[in-house]
Write a protein that binds this ligand. Structure first.
Ligand SMILES: [Zn+2]
Length: 333
């Protein structure tokens, strides 16, 4: 399977295939979309296709060239990664030295720039210089989750493809293909992941997902109604559990979705079934998008959960941290 393994980006794939079959590739492609949207998978397939030995519907993914590209050892395939927080001019200079020779094994020299928006201004200008007089056989593929942070001149010299969020049906197809979730778990993952395939696969790869989800959903339900004493007992229970980090991650996703919902960003997703029930809880109304919550409160919760995610990696008093979290979730502090 080549480009077919990418779900939900048919227009982009059609355009890429068209330029491949006509042999009319441009010198810079920009793939943008949030982390997990599939930019990197798409870029690797395109990079493989540019030098694939198979005539038929490249990339074949099995010829030597495809395999070398995929493992990053093809002599005509270059990758730039941010070093620390940025991609620096020195990295571009070094790259430039090798770009003006003919391809050694393939038809094209392909250069994949990860986190292209992290190029410093001098680095971006150096890229522009190359793009002003590019060698005929050179193709840049830029990846960015923040395309607005790129130099407009870099964007305008690139063919920009923005990956779109997947529909619930596309997400279901992806999860059916790549995970072993039960139908109900699948629906909850689809709702939580908000059209982001990477996030959905990450969520579904966790073994104890069903258990953690059940815990989180019941927790959200009960925090509203139970007495403070019971909340402290629940905090103690959760803080001793092995899946604490996962519960926090799920809570963060849920609060982020709620915040986006209140900010007017209606989820791109629509649940496949009208009412998603889980242990008799209407997940959509009560848990994911309850509606009418205070934006400041939701922002505070997201920030707090993010902090807690980091703190849990250190040696903190987990019980105390979870108690504070629960009180905040109740809006008590
Ligand atoms: Zn191939």
């Amino acid at each position: 399977m080549g480009f077919e393994e990418i779900i939900g980006q048919d227009l982009i794939i059609r355009a890429l295939k068209r330029s491949l079959s006509s042999g009319q590739t441009t010198h810079a492609y920009l793939f943008s979309g949030p982390d997990g949207s599939g930019k990197k998978s798409l870029a690797f397939l395109f990079a493989q296709a540019l030098n694939c030995s198979s005539e038929l519907d490249p990339p074949c993914k099995s010829c030597l060239s495809c395999r070398k590209t995929l493992s990053g050892i093809h002599p005509d395939f270059y990758q730039l990664f941010p070093e620390g927080a940025s991609i620096k001019i020195g990295q571009l200079r070094e790259l430039k030295e090798s770009l003006y020779y003919f391809p050694r094994e393939g038809r094209k020299k392909v250069c994949l720039i990860h986190g292209a928006d992290l190029m410093t201004l001098p680095a971006a200008n150096s890229l522009l210089q190359i793009l002003e007089e590019p060698p005929a056989d050179l193709v840049f593929i830029l990846l960015s989750s923040r395309p607005w942070a790129l130099l407009p001149t870099v964007v305008s010299r690139s063919l920009h493809f923005a990956l779109k969020p997947l529909s619930p049906e596309e997400m279901e197809l992806l999860l059916k293909r790549q995970s072993l979730l039960e139908p109900q778990e699948r629906e909850i993952v689809i709702a939580l992941a908000g059209g982001n395939p990477g996030k959905a696969l990450e969520l579904s790869s966790k073994g104890g997902l069903k258990k953690s989800l059940e815990e989180v959903l019941l927790l959200l339900e009960s925090l509203e109604n139970e007495s403070l004493d019971n909340i402290f007992i629940k905090a103690e229970e959760l803080s001793g559990k092995e899946n604490l980090q996962e519960v926090i991650n799920l809570l963060l996703i849920i609060y982020r979705n709620r915040l986006l919902f209140e900010l007017g960003v209606r989820p791109e997703i629509k649940l496949i079934k009208d009412k998603l029930q889980y242990n008799n809880i209407n997940v959509e109304e009560k848990i994911l998008f309850p509606g009418g919550e205070n934006i400041n409160y939701l922002e505070r919760m997201c920030r707090h959960l993010l902090d807690l995610q980091g703190e849990l990696l250190n040696n903190i008093n987990k019980r105390l941290a979870v108690e504070v979290l629960f009180l905040q979730m109740r809006g008590a502090v």
